[in-house]
Design a protein around this ligand. Structure first.
Ligand code: NAD
Ligand code: LMR
Length: 323
């Protein structure tokens, strides 16, 4: 079996991690050959050719053909999975929403290219920021593709929340289950451990509320900025890792008795406006996803979720000419 996978911005920081991990079988396993379509802007084509040469030099048994191009129609041709990474990253002192107008055009053009060229059952993960609204733009420009094929990445936030809770409780990441990130991939996101488990114990019995509100939540919300401050560049290896986690679980199923966080088109669950790309606790099965329903949310949680919804509605308003 072989699958075609498109990576945009493939010569960039995240793309440079992602391409090799996917080529080595870390997305779809050892029995699937992957053909990689790498898309870049024209000035980055030389660097992209270098990436393609290095992929060749790895001689991965799971790698089929590699194409390096600046032509979006070719890059999305018959694509089964697309990682939309290519976009400008923020620098120190910027919010992700500062990138909205600058990056929006990229996602309307790529939405059209996906619509006209990709496999109709494609799965699309938007990583380029502001990821949720970029996913909305791409989807709106791909009217022949099911909107549920478009998602945005919250898995990095989800993984960050797991790591913070494991550190605090002196346990291992593998002991933590049912963490959720709600809302936007921005500082309004709501990292929620009210339903989380540490081994068989409730997380809320092991950590106090002051730590959750004053340390955990802001830490996860602002972790991207903390990385930029430390590295001088935005997160890349952890972002690529989360992108693979997101797409692998979507395609192959998420772990039993656990949740993941994915930003997907809201269907109105939990009173959130339909259509915006909102992160919910999710389970994946049979190549599809469903929202965990009927969770009890306290007033703090409801207010936090509404706050993030408001930001996404404002972002949608700012780019409505592209929808
Ligand atoms: P980077 O600057 O290293 O790489 C981006 C690449 O995209 C560049 O090589 C650039 O030439 C290319 N590019 C620009 N416009 C393009 C287009 N129209 N088509 C194809 N390629 C194009 O940036 P990076 O560190 O890899 O980050 C990429 C994006 O991912 C940024 O927007 C960043 O903020 C975002 N990001 C999101 C998350 C998340 O959790 N959602 C995490 C980390 C980074
Ligand atoms: C992150 O969360 O690390 C990325 O979205 C990059 C950023 O700008 O914070």
């Amino acid at each position: 079996m072989s699958k075609t996978i498109t990576i945009t911005g493939a010569a960039g920081q995240i793309g440079y991690q992602l391409a090799f991990r996917i080529a080595s079988g870390q997305l779809l396993g050892n029995s699937v050959k992957v053909n990689l379509n790498l898309l870049e802007i024209t000035p980055a084509l030389d660097a992209l050719k270098g990436v393609a040469m290095e992929l060749e030099d790895c001689a991965f048994p799971t790698l089929g053909k590699v194409s390096a191009t600046d032509d979006a129609a070719a890059a999305f041709g018959d694509s089964n999975f697309a990682f939309l990474v290519g976009a400008k990253p923020r620098g120190p002192g910027m919010e992700r929403s500062d990138l909205l107008i600058e990056n929006a055009q990229i996602f309307s053009a790529q939405g059209k290219a996906i619509n006209n060229n990709a496999d109709k059952d494609i799965k699309v993960l938007v990583v380029g920021n502001p990821a949720n609204t970029n996913a909305l733009i791409a989807s709106a420009n791909a009217p022949d593709i099911n909107p549920r094929s478009f998602s945005a990445m919250m898995r990095l936030d989800h993984n960050r929340a797991i790591a913070q809770l494991a550190n605090k409780t002196n346990t291992h990441n593998s002991e933590i289950r049912k963490v959720a990130i709600w809302g936007n991939h921005s500082t309004t996101q709501y990292p929620d451990i009210n339903h989380a488990l540490v081994g068989s114990e409730k997380a809320s019995d092991l950590v106090d509320e002051t730590w959750v509100r004053e340390d955990f939540i802001p830490r996860v919300q602002k972790r991207g900025a903390e990385i930029i401050q430390a590295r001088g560049l935005s997160s890349a290896a952890s972002a690529a890792s989360a992108a693979i986690d997101h797409m692998r679980d979507w395609e192959l199923g998420s772990s039993e008795n656990d949740w993941v966080s994915m930003a997907i088109p809201s269907d109105g669950s939990y009173g959130i406006s339909e259509g915006i790309i909102f992160s919910y606790p999710i389970v994946c099965q049979n190549g599809d996803f469903s929202i965990i329903q009927d969770l009890d949310l306290d007033n703090f949680s409801l207010d936090s979720i509404k706050h993030s919804e408001k930001e996404l509605l404002e972002e949608r308003e700012a780019i409505k000419h592209l929808l």
